[in-house]
Design a protein around this ligand. Structure first.
Ligand code: PMP
Length: 439
C-alpha cells in the first residue's frame, strides 16, 4: 500500500520512518539499526531516551506543561536560569529562554540593538558576521548567515549585513598554531569595522568552534582574544553563537571556554534541550540587560519560550551531563575519534583535513592535499558519502565547504556518551562507506 505524505521539509526526498531510539542507536520501522553519528544535527548530545530526563519530564507533565511567562514564573525556569548563569562567564547573569537556535540569535541581535538605542548609540545597527557561517533561518539570523545556497533565494535580503572571511587557515596554507595567523584574520574584522564606520557597527557575531557551514572550524591561536580586543577598542558588542558548540559537546560547556574569552551575549540551543524539548537561551551580561529593563523592558518574546516542560527537560539534561561526566567523555572519546579520523588520511588521499574539538569533529574531502582543491562538483561527494554511510547504518552530516556550492565536509559528532567500543563500530561503518566511495 502506498500512502501519500502531506509532510514537507527542504526537499521531497523521503527517509525511513523512525521507530525508536536509545543511547547512540536509532531503529527504523523495518528494524534496521543506525548509529546516530551526528546526534541528529548535533542535538542529541546525551543520547536518546535518557531515563533521568524522561522521568523529570514525566514528573513535570503531571504538574503543569505550560504557564505563560507574563502570568507565572515557573520553578524549572528559575532553576535552569540559575544553573546556566553558573556555567557561563562572570557577569553573564541574565538568561532569556527561547525555543531554538534561530530564536536565540534573533534575541541576541534585538537585545544588542535595544541596548545601543537605550544608551544613546542609535547610529549603531550593523552586525558583522563571517563567511561561511550559519546563524539561523529566520530573516534576521539569515541576514547574518554567510552561506550562499541558503541566502541566494531570498536576495536582496531585507537587511544585508557586512561579512568577513572565517579564519580557514588550512585552506590558506597558514599555521593554525601561530598567533600571527590569528591576528591576520582578526585584522580583517578591524578593517571591516573601520570601513563600515565604527559608530555604525553594533556587534560582531561568530561561532567559537564552527558548526555545519565550516565543518567544526577551530580558530587559530590568538584569534579569539584578538577579536575580543578589537570589539572593545571600537565599542562593538561581541556575540558568540554557541548554538552548536555550546552545551558541552566540545568538552567544555561553551566552545569559547577553551580560550577563556567572554563575549557580551551568547546564543545556545541544540544540545541544551538535547532533543528532549525545543529549548534555547540568549544569555547576556547584566551590563546590557539592566539599562534595557530600566527603560521599559526588552521588547521581544516568543509565546512558548521558557515553558516549564522544556525547562524541566533542560535542567535534567544539565544534571545528567554532570552526573555522567559527559563533558570529560566528550574530550576522551573526541580525542580517540579524531585520531582515528586522522588515521584515515593514510588510507585515503582524498581526505584533506580533520578538525574540531571534543565530539564536534569533521573531515573534508579534496582532490589533492597539495592544492586543497575540492573534489569535482559533479561527484556530489557530500550526498554520495552520506548515502553510502546510511546504507551501512551510520548517520553523518554533510555540507558543501566552498561558498556552499562545492567542496565536501562531513560532521562526525556522535552523542557525548559514546564509548571507545562504539567508536570502533562507527569507524568500521565509516571505513566501509569510504571504501565504496573510493571505488
Ligand atoms: N546557529 C548555529 C551555529 C546553528 O548551527 C544553528 C542550527 N544549525 C542555528 C543557529 C539555528 O538553530 P535552529 O535550527 O534551532 O533555529
Amino acid at each position: 500500500m502506498t500512502t501519500k505524505s502531506h509532510l514537507f521539509y527542504q526537499t521531497d526526498s523521503r527517509r525511513p520512518v523512525l521507530a525508536e531510539a536509545r543511547g547512540i542507536y536509532m531503529w527504523d520501522v523495518d528494524g534496521k539499526r543506525y548509529i546516530d553519528g551526528s546526534s541528529g544535527a548535533m542535538v542529541s548530545n546525551i543520547g536518546h531516551s535518557n531515563p533521568r530526563v524522561l522521568d523529570a519530564m514525566r514528573r513535570q507533565m503531571e504538574k503543569s506543561t505550560f504557564g505563560y511567562r507574563l502570568h507565572f514564573e515557573t520553578e524549572p525556569g528559575e532553576k535552569l536560569a540559575a544553573k546556566v548563569a553558573g556555567l557561563t562567564p562572570e557577569g553573564m547573569e541574565k538568561v532569556f529562554f527561547v525555543s531554538g537556535g534561530s530564536e536565540a540569535v534573533e534575541s541576541a541581535i534585538k537585545l544588542a540593538r535595544q541596548y545601543a538605542v537605550t544608551v544613546g548609540q542609535n547610529s549603531r545597527w550593523k552586525v558583522i558576521s563571517r563567511t561561511p557561517s550559519y546563524h539561523g533561518s529566520t530573516l534576521g539570523a539569515l541576514a547574518l548567515t554567510g552561506y550562499n545556497p541558503l541566502t541566494r533565494p531570498f536576495e536582496p535580503m531585507m537587511q544585508p549585513m557586512p561579512k568577513i572571511p572565517a579564519p580557514r587557515a588550512y585552506l590558506d596554507g597558514l599555521d593554525i598554531d601561530d598567533p600571527a595567523t590569528g591576528n591576520h584574520y582578526a585584522e580583517m574584522l578591524e578593517r571591516k569595522i573601520i570601513e563600515e564606520g565604527p559608530d555604525t557597527v553594533l556587534a560582531f557575531i561568530h561561532e567559537p568552534v564552527g558548526g555545519a557551514s565550516t565543518g567544526a572550524l577551530v580558530p587559530p591561536a590568538g584569534y579569539m582574544q584578538a577579536v575580543r580586543e578589537i570589539c572593545d577598542r571600537h565599542g562593538v558588542l561581541l556575540i558568540h553563537d554557541e548554538v552548536m558548540s555550546g552545551g558541552g559537546r566540545t568538552g567544555r560547556f561553551l566552545g569559547a571556554d577553551h580560550w577563556g574569552v567572554a563575549p557580551d551575549i551568547i546564543a545556545i540551543s541544540k544540545g541544551f534541550g538535547a532533543g528532549y524539548a525545543p529549548l534555547g537561551a540568549m544569555i547576556a551580561h547584566d551590563r546590557l540587560v539592566e539599562p534595557v529593563l530600566q527603560s521599559g523592558g526588552f521588547m521581544h518574546g516568543h509565546t512558548y519560550a521558557g515553558n516549564p516542560l522544556a525547562c524541566a527537560a533542560g535542567l535534567a539534561v544539565l544534571e545528567e551531563i554532570e552526573a555522567g561526566g559527559m563533558m570529560e567523555n566528550a574530550t576522551r572519546s573526541g580525542d580517540l575519534l579524531k585520531s582515528r579520523l586522522n588515521d584515515l588520511m593514510q588510507r585515503y588521499a582524498f581526505i584533506g583535513d580533520v578538525r574540531g574539538r571534543g565530539l564536534l569533529l569533521a573531515f573534508e574531502l579534496v582532490s589533492d592535499r597539495q592544492s586543497m582543491r575540492p573534489l569535482p562538483k559533479e561527484l556530489n561527494a557530500h550526498s554520495e558519502l552520506v548515502e553510502l554511510a546510511y546504507e551501512q547504518g551510520l548517520i553523518i552530516y554533510s555540507r558543501r565547504t566552498r561558498d556552499g556550492v562545492e567542496g565536501d565536509h562531513f560532521l562526525v559528532c556522535p552523542p557525548m556518551i559514546t564509548t571507545a567500543a562504539q567508536i570502533d563500530e562507527l569507524m568500521e561503518m565509516l571505513t566501509a562507506a569510504l571504501d565504496r566511495f573510493a571505488e
